[in-house]
Design a protein around this ligand. Structure first.
Ligand SMILES: [Zn+2]
Length: 269
């Protein structure tokens, strides 16, 4: 599943390839991808120029001339990219946009769980309000993280993964950041000591920045990064292997239905 770093890589590539390009026509190959919208809504992008593309949590947002916006969520297997010619589109192409220079922007999604919608600015603002700060944004300071955790009795790991509190720290990166900060994932969020919060903040940034760089260099298909160890995963998916810091076996536990990996010794309660 594409996580924040992969979505960020998709956005950066699109920015390079398609920003300022003009859309000539829109083709919806699978109605479910844009439902409940139809061509009447999706088609309004035709004839407009893509002014900018950005990311909010795991949403890809695009602004077109005339104040029209496109909101894309990749879910499990979605991918969005530009090809030199529409005839090169893959079997899993669900929606595509022919560009005036002959190229094509493709929304590919083999499992077809992702969604593509045309939205207004109010919906972009509503999305913004529902989500916590971006962990890589300037607004995410040590003080902000301290406020997010303050007084919260729930375990720190699921709190970090709650999109309403902080947007876009996925399962892998929450496990990794807690290992770097030497914090037990089950510890109540409000009980993480002030000094540790500062270390955790740095660890979240470090892990995500590293993953973003790695995803940009390597991301081609959804799911690839989760299996790849190229960004130097320390504990995620390494149950039974030795912790690189102390040699104790990495353990797995389930929190909120998701696997958490940690070192019992480095991340003592
Ligand atoms: Zn350890």
């Amino acid at each position: 599943m594409p996580e924040l770093p992969e979505v960020d890589a998709v956005v950066r590539r699109l920015r390079e390839a398609a920003e300022k390009a003009r859309v000539e026509s829109v083709v919806v190959e699978r109605a479910g991808t844009v439902a409940p919208q139809g061509m009447e809504e999706i088609g309004v992008v035709a004839g407009r120029r893509m002014e900018r593309v950005w990311r909010r949590a795991k949403y890809i947002l695009m602004e077109f001339s005339g104040g029209v916006y496109l909101r894309v969520h990749l879910r499990m297997t979605g991918n969005l990219y530009v090809l030199p010619d529409w005839r090169l589109r893959p079997v899993g192409a669900r929606v595509w946009w022919r560009l005036s220079d002959g190229r094509v922007m493709i929304y590919e999604d083999p499992r077809a769980l992702g969604r593509v919608h045309v939205v207004g600015w109010e919906e972009i603002e509503a999305l913004d309000r529902e989500l916590g700060p971006e962990p890589l944004g300037e607004e995410f300071t040590v003080g902000v993280l301290r406020e997010i955790l303050r007084g919260v009795k729930a375990p720190v790991k699921p709190v970090l993964m709650d999109q309403r509190r902080v947007a876009g720290i996925g399962n892998i990166y929450a496990s990794e950041a807690l290992w770097w900060a030497r914090i037990h994932p089950g510890r109540p969020a409000g009980e993480v000591a002030a000094g540790k919060v500062k270390v955790l903040h740095g660890a979240i940034r470090k892990v995500l920045e590293h993953a973003v760089g790695s995803a940009y260099a390597e991301y081609t298909q959804p799911g690839k990064m989760a299996e790849s160890e190229s960004f130097g995963v320390e504990v995620y998916g390494r149950e039974g292997e030795r912790c690189s810091r102390c040699g104790t076996g990495v353990e797995r536990m389930v929190q909120g239905g998701r696997s958490t990996f940690y070192c019992r010794r480095c991340q003592a309660w």
